[in-house]
Design a protein around this ligand. Sequence first.
Ligand code: SF4
Length: 359
Amino acid sequence: MRHEKPSISSPSMLPVESPVKPFIIPVFIPHAGCPHQCVFCNQKAITRSEAQAPSTVQIEATIRSYLKYLTPSRKPVQIAFFGGNFLGIGRREILRLLDAATTFVREGIVDGIRFSTRPDTLTKDRLEILHGFPVSTIEIGAQSMNDAVLAMSQRGHTAQHTACAVHLAKDRGYEVGIQMMVGLPGDDDAGAISTGRQIAALCPDFVRIYPAVVLEHSLLADWYSKGQYTPLSLSAGVSLVKRLYLMFQERSIPVIRMGLQATVDLENGSILLAGPFHPAFGHMVIAEIYRDRAIELLESSGRAWDAVTLCVHPKRISTMRGLKNENIHYLKNRFDIRHIEVIGDPLMSDHHLSLVVDS
Ligand code: SF4
């Protein structure tokens, strides 16, 4: 719908969707290479797997099953070893995993390989193992840049390890992503924002932000049952991750994931005891940014409204409305508005919002 009435546009830019969407084929290696279990972690529960790393036959089957869903618009295609500490695995096992994935790269079906690893195992010696393999991206699990928080989470590394690992991987020409967490024991909002700033200063190519949740058979679950740990609420988690998202956006660092990947067990609650999990967590963060921009617009209009029309690009209508129309309910209550309509204008850029006004 194209509106002809005058409008007031939001002065602040809204999140921009990346036109490039990589196709990532996850191969889970639950806890493989981990020196111990960090307090918040239970990869076996998340991935529903007991095995440390799948067999070569299983890896090939996983990759082929994912490739069925590959569409031409998704580029690059990468095989990703997630759920463990890749560079902490024994050398022969790393070579086996890389060989299995490289077969698909040589066939021209896949573009490259990525993996996640702890910062303290990303060393010159370990990087040598990758020589000659088509590894393009390394994701470093920093989680926090506060050493006290890292110690409380029993990570076994410091913020300095993360800084060194990022520099080392970047010097070797790898694309580098950093994973951080919010809601860790001993952390708070100010601490998480400080971690975000320190991570941004390392200039990663992208970040992922995960809220800590209480998973069964984790040490955090014990602490939670004894009242020694309280997770973030969902709304507090969304608001905090929103602040981090905006901070990274301001520095042009893409946030490629917010919130845990939904699995059947997480969604049905069988392994999740508490914490800010929602399958649409990332959507909720972006929707809250849209809500904030709408608040700015309504406040800057300097008048009360009986009914208003908000205009966005058509693909952003559901974001503006929020999950279950939460944004609409919120704005109606806050500004005492009887009716709010959200319309789509294909001529609008996807990072603008305007308030259509009666002349
Ligand atoms: S958080 Fe990473 S290093 Fe710690 S136990 Fe889980 S997979 Fe291993």
